[in-house]
Design a protein around this ligand. Structure first.
Ligand SMILES: [Fe+2]
Length: 242
């Protein structure tokens, strides 16, 4: 049974980590699980991170009300559910990223995967945005966008198209795949980290990300995120080291 193999790997890794001195926060990487609230439950590795800015910092493009609900209620619920599902299992104690990657593709772990992946994706989304962001990047990101897409304008069209063509709930991403930048979209909780891609930035296109501010006008939300909120410094920090 595949899951026995997976859980065997998890148990071995837990043992190694315990032996290494009780390190519980491992492999957080880009997930950056700092600044946790009461959902941490002490030594847990899955938690709701604090926002990297105030709830009203992205106005007028995303309101304080949207950020408050999206972070506190939606993201918070994914974290809570993940904690419930991993409690008492070999997954407890692993990093969020490890939980996502260990449960991907296993039908009997679908609920854990969905909640853990949504927790990871949202953490990455908050960091993909910044007040005063957006527009054309400079330096290395500008060079990499030109190399992959021909121009910033072409990149912008591709990212917009990925965000708009995602039917129903999902995500639009800029990723690195085999050393080349690429725009992709994913459905529901699906995430590039299960496909060997390195995410640089993401746009949440679930309705809860924009409905209070834009109602059905996803295109206006996507346009404003791209033009005013993308955190290019964060994207550049995620570029794999050559
Ligand atoms: Fe969301």
């Amino acid at each position: 049974m595949p899951i026995q193999t997976v859980e065997g790997e998890i148990s071995r890794r837990n043992f190694i980590l315990s032996a290494a001195g009780g390190i519980v926060l491992l492999g957080a990487g880009m997930a950056g699980l700092s600044g946790c609230d009461s959902r941490t439950g002490g030594a847990a590795t899955v938690a709701l991170p604090e926002l990297p800015y105030k709830e009203n910092a992205l106005e007028p493009y995303i309101s304080r009300k949207t950020i408050g609900f999206h972070h506190g209620k939606h993201h918070g619920a994914y974290v809570d559910r993940t904690l419930e599902l991993i409690k008492g299992t070999p997954l407890a104690g692993l990093s969020l990223k490890d939980i996502v990657q260990k449960t991907s593709g296993f039908a009997d772990k679908a609920s854990t995967f969905n909640n853990a992946a949504q927790s990871w994706n949202h953490d990455f989304y908050w960091k993909s945005l910044a007040p005063g962001g957006g527009g054309k990047p400079e330096g290395e990101m500008a060079r990499r966008l030109d190399a992959a897409f021909g121009s910033y304008e072409n990149f912008k069209k591709e990212l917009t198209s990925a965000a708009m063509s995602q039917f129903g709930s999902g995500w639009a991403w800029l990723v690195v795949e085999e050393d080349r930048l690429k725009v992709v979209n994913t459905s529901n909780a699906e995430t590039p980290i299960i496909h060997g891609q390195v995410p640089l930035l993401t746009i949440d296109v679930w309705e809860h990300a924009y409905y209070l501010d834009y109602q059905n006008l996803r295109s206006d939300y996507v346009k404003n995120v791209i033009e005013h909120l993308i955190n290019w410094k964060f994207a550049e920090s995620n570029l794999p080291v050559a």
